[in-house]
Structure formats: C-alpha cells, structure tokens
Design a protein around this ligand. Structure first.
Ligand code: AGP
Length: 597
C-alpha cells in the first residue's frame, strides 16, 4: 500500500502541502518517496529512498502551483530511486497506490510496440499505457477511459499531462482516493487526514471515477460527466505527537485507559447497553479481518459463544474473500479494521454486501471506506493511531466485542441480575485497572533476560490462547524475533521438540476452569529447560516451581479479562524491541494500512 497526494493552488504552498501530506500518509508505507511539481511549464521530479525526511532534505523552496507526491510500500521492485514514484512516460507523470495485476502482459504488448521500460514496477507500465492511450486519443478523458478498460487490479492515480499545465487528473478503482477543495485550491489524497489541516470539504471518489482538477473546478466522469458531491469531514484535527514519550507506540499504550473509557461510554447505561444495533435476530456470526484485527475476532468468538450462545466463525480476510462461504439472511458478517482501508477486509465486506448479507464494521477511522460501506458501524474511539503495531485500537476493538457479547446475552436473557451488575461494575472499574496496571507493571528485567533469543513461545488455553496470538504478533512485528503462539495442550504434539535450554516460554493463565491443565503443559516445557514466564491473574497466583518469573494481572469479569491480559505483552514487546535497537514505530517491511492484496 502507498500514499498519494496532489495539489493545485498557491505557488508558495505546493511543495509544503505535498511534503506535509506525505508525512501524514507515511503510515501507508515508507520505503521511498517522491514529488513532481510544475514550474515554468516543466515537470520537475525529486525522489528519495527511505523516510519522507530524506526527500524533504533534497527539496528547496520553489514557486509552483501544481504538484503530486507519493510515499511507497514496495509491491513490485525493491525500494530504490529508480522504482520510486512519480513515474514518467511520454507526456504523462503519475503516482499510484494499488497493484496493476496484468502489468506483465501489458508490458509485453507495449514493448512489442517499441516502448522502453526502465524500472521493475507495475506503475511504470500504467504510465506508459496511459501515455500510449493519450497519444492515440489526444484527449485525456478518452485516454483514461480506454485505460480503465484495460488496467486490471487496483489503483488510485494522480496524473499530470505535460501538455495540460495546471491540470491534475485522478482515477480510482478499489484503492482509496479523496478530493478536497478550498476557495482557490484543489487537493487529492489517499486519506482525508493528509489534507484535513487545509480543508474539510471532501469528495469521496466512487469506484471507476475519473476526475479533472483545474482552475478551482472539479469535473467528474463516470459513465458520463457528473457533479461532484462534497461532504464536510467531521474530525477534530488530531495533530498526533508523542507528548514526551520516546515512541508513538508507548504513548498509545499509555492512552489506553482513556481510549477504553471513551469507547465503552456511548454504549453503556446504568443497567445495560445502548446504541448497539439489534443483533440478536442473527443465528450465526462470521468475523472477518486481518492481523491484529483478526486476533480480536478470536477473542470475540470465545466471549460471544460463551455468553450469548451464538455460533461464531472467525476468518482471515485474505482467505475468506476467495473461499466458498456458508451464510444466509440469519448470518451477520462482522468486519474489523483499525484503518478501515485494508484491501482484503474491504473485499470480504463487499462480498457479503453483494450477497445481501447484513454486515457490521468495527472500525477506528470513521471516514474510511469500510466504515462507509458496512450496513452497521460500531466505531471505536482510539483516536489517531500512528504506530504501525496496533495497541490502543486493538484494545478498543476487544472492548467492542465485549459490548456485543454483553448486548446479545442481555437480549437473549442469558444473564442473571447479579451477573449483569458484576459486568457493569467491571466496565466501570476497567479504565482505572488498566491505568494501575500500566503504572505498577515492570517488564524491564524479564525483557533483558529474553531479548537476545531468536525463538520465543507463547502458551495459553481457550481465550488465553487468543491473546497469545496477538502477543506473538506484537513481538514479531517490532522486535523481529521469531515467535509462535501455541494452544498449551497442543505443544506436545510436535512443537515441544523446539524447546531448548533457556528457551523463553510465556504462558498466560487466567481461566480458573482450566488453569491446572495449562500449568501441566508449562511443567512439560520447564522439564525440557525452558525459561518459563507466567502471566497470571491475582486470583490464580500461587508460589510454585512451574515458572521462573511471573507478572500478575488484576482480575475482572471474563468478558473483559482479555483487555487486561494483553497489556503486559504490549509492554514486553516494546521493551524487547527497544533493547534490540529496532525502529519501533515504523518496523521494516511493514505499513500501517495494507490497501493492497
Ligand atoms: C497490527 O499490529 C498490524 N500492524 C497489522 O496486523 C494490522 O492489524 C492489520 O494489517 C489489519 O489492519 P486494519 O486493522 O487497519 O485492517
């Protein structure tokens, strides 16, 4: 996934708007970046590998009234100046977010026509093809319509035609793209947040749209020319900064008490829930997501089945979108996405929508495509999450699933008055419990003991295993240590052969119905020399030899216990990655929002 930005307006603003916009889009990828700006009817291109700051260093102030910019997460061709955008071909200069799936055959066809290629990218093929269409049509709209018919895959383009000064074209299919305007400026961006400090007047481009931005006017073309619909972006300008923390990830971990309070408050009353759609008419739920969002679905499954007696299937979106799915009018498909732009999750949502199945989105970014296309939306209030490794949004999504389970249990009369009171009290005390846990926990010593290892295991049973999947991903993605989450009872069926002297094994023990079983499994790995670190609730804590180290988490109702359980793992991953000198907020090879397949 990549981020694109474009601007037409005041001559002294173009380059600063492009750079500032690219910084806001850096979460979408940061392998390389580039801009193209028009000056004296010439297109100037500047590119840099790595962060936007590297590009910024190469730029001197220029008077230019038009420009486009791009920050890249490499899909075709390694991060390099040559492969970075903008790409030029003939009269065309463009930036692209997406994947042109038929670029190989197109490249072949165009090569046979004598076109030369200088990069390994699919985007260069798109630039050459659009130029080829333009040279034959000598009209950009006709050329772009012709290109639309041939280009397969996903794209959000910002396009300059050298023959048309002070005009930018935009074209969209599956990748996010919005336009913005003020009285005498026009913008395009992959995410409204990249231009929200300049304008709140936004036009969300529909699938298959072509836009022409010129002289303070936007002309939209679908089947025919249509008038753009402008809406007002209702977000406070969250100029996220680190507030004194060393990394965004640590700041976002410590924002969690407030995030949970803000997320649950709109949905609770003094004796139950509110503002949640009427979900108890569904006989089955399918939860579809990627990465950490998928891991929240594993927890959601456990608590909805346990408390609401409704069968739940949890699916990885990149699998779900292509597989045979069994759903009907009595099925609810819940998609979970922090960014609301993850391509596989969006495709899964669209699959259910197209089949007439009711859909509900648990999202953090309420201006996102997923938020706009789901039948129901349950927004979490995590605020802007900058660190690529999600923490506060993940926690907020967990709390949203607990609210759904609570609502369904209430509606199906499955809770006694006493248990309802206990749950409401647990919600009330949860933010303070998180705050105290963050204040009192110390993971530094344990982190120092394990950070040099290259294989680490996480064990748990039932709902604890679901949390271990997220604990493992957190560690992997920011510390680059290989780790695995394992159902504690499953380890002896093969993987225990990997346990060696001093292999770190973290175990999560919070379910009093099965904790002895988990302890037996821990003893099995301890007998083989593992360094056993137990994360255990206060209620189940006891002096014992099954662990070498332990971290205590406070008790709360089972519905909410996972929310507390993940916090030690978030901090352990952070400390271990820091000891390993990793780039915690922007880990290598990753991006915050994966808008490509
Ligand atoms: C989370 O730490 C990861 N960066 C990643 O797995 C993420 O959860 C996944 O890409 C889904 O993103 P989304 O929630 O924006 O859809």
């Amino acid at each position: 996934m990549c981020g694109i930005i474009g601007y037409i307006g005041r001559k002294e603003k173009t380059l600063p708007v492009l750079i500032e916009g690219l910084k806001a889009l850096e979460y979408r990828g940061y392998d390389s970046a580039g801009i193209a700006y028009q000056k004296n009817n010439k297109i100037n291109i500047i590119k840099a590998v790595g962060r936007i700051s590297n590009l910024e260093e190469k730029i001197t102030p220029q008077d230019s009234t038009l420009g486009i910019g791009h920050t890249r997460w490499a899909t075709h061709g390694k991060p390099s100046i040559k492969n970075s955008h903008p790409h030029q071909a003939g009269d065309i200069t463009l930036v692209h977010n997406g994947i042109i799936e038929n670029y190989v055959e197109l490249k072949q066809t165009l090569s046979e026509k004598g076109y030369q290629f200088h990069t390994e990218t699919d985007t260069e093929v798109a630039a050459v093809f659009i130029d080829y269409c333009y040279q034959s049509a000598k009209n950009m709209i006709s050329a772009l319509k012709k290109a639309q018919k041939r280009l397969k895959g996903s794209y959000a383009f910002g396009i300059i035609n050298h023959k048309e000064p002070n005009v930018i074209y935009a074209m969209k299919k599956e990748s996010p793209l919005v336009l913005g305007k003020t009285e005498n400026e026009l913008f395009l961006a992959s995410d409204p947040l990249a231009i929200s400090s300049h304008t709140k007047e936004i036009c969300y481009l529909k699938e298959g749209s072509i836009a022409k931005l010129e002289n303070n006017k936007v002309t939209l073309f679908e089947e025919k020319e249509i008038t753009p619909t402008w809406t007002t972006l209702n977000i406070e300008d969250s100029k996220a900064d680190k507030n004194g923390y060393e990394h965004y990830m640590l700041k976002e971990i410590y924002e969690q008490p407030k995030v949970i309070e803000n997320t649950i408050k709109p949905y609770l009353t003094e004796n139950g829930t509110q503002n949640i759609p009427d979900l108890h008419k569904y006989h089955k739920i399918q939860i579809v997501a990627c990465g950490s969002a998928y891991h929240t679905g594993l927890v959601g499954k456990y608590i909805i089945e346990k408390f609401a007696n409704i069968p739940v299937e949890v699916e990885i979106a990149s699998e779900y979108r292509y597989k045979k799915v069994f759903y009907d009018k009595k099925t609810l498909v819940i998609v979970v996405s922090q960014s609301g732009e993850t391509a596989d999750t969006l495709a899964s949502l669209r699959k259910a929508n197209q089949d007439g199945i009711d859909t509900l989105a648990i999202v953090n970014v309420i201006t996102s495509t997923i938020a706009r296309e789901a039948k129901y939306i349950l927004p979490v209030k995590a605020g802007t999450e900058i660190a690529v490794a999600t923490t506060k949004a993940y926690l907020a999504q967990l709390s949203m699933f607990s609210l759904i389970a609570f609502e369904l249990a209430l509606k199906n009369n499955l809770l006694s008055e006493k248990e309802t009171e206990d749950i409401l009290y647990s919600y009330q005390t949860l933010p303070k419990q998180i705050k105290n846990l963050l204040k009192n926990i110390n993971v530094k010593e344990i982190s120092e003991k394990v950070y040099k290892h290259n294989d680490i295991f996480f064990l748990g049973r039932g709902i604890d295993y679901s949390i271990c999947t997220e604990a493992s991903l957190k560690l992997k993605e920011i510390s680059y240590i290989h780790s695995e989450a394992y159902a504690a009872g499953e380890l002896k069926h093969g993987t225990i052969s990997l346990i060696e002297e001093n292999t770190p094994v973290f175990s999560l023990i919070t379910d009093k119905d099965i904790y002895e079983k988990t302890i037996s499994n821990i003893k099995e790995v301890k007998a083989r020399g593992a360094n056993s670190i137990a994360i255990i609730t206060k209620e189940l804590d006891e002096e014992s030899d099954y662990y070498d180290e332990k971290i205590i988490v406070p008790n709360t109702h089972t519905l909410l216990q996972p929310i507390l359980n993940i916090i030690p793992f978030q901090l352990l991953s952070y400390e271990i990655a820091k000891l390993r000198g990793c780039d915690i907020d922007k880990p290598k090879n990753l991006a915050k929002s994966v808008t490509v397949e």
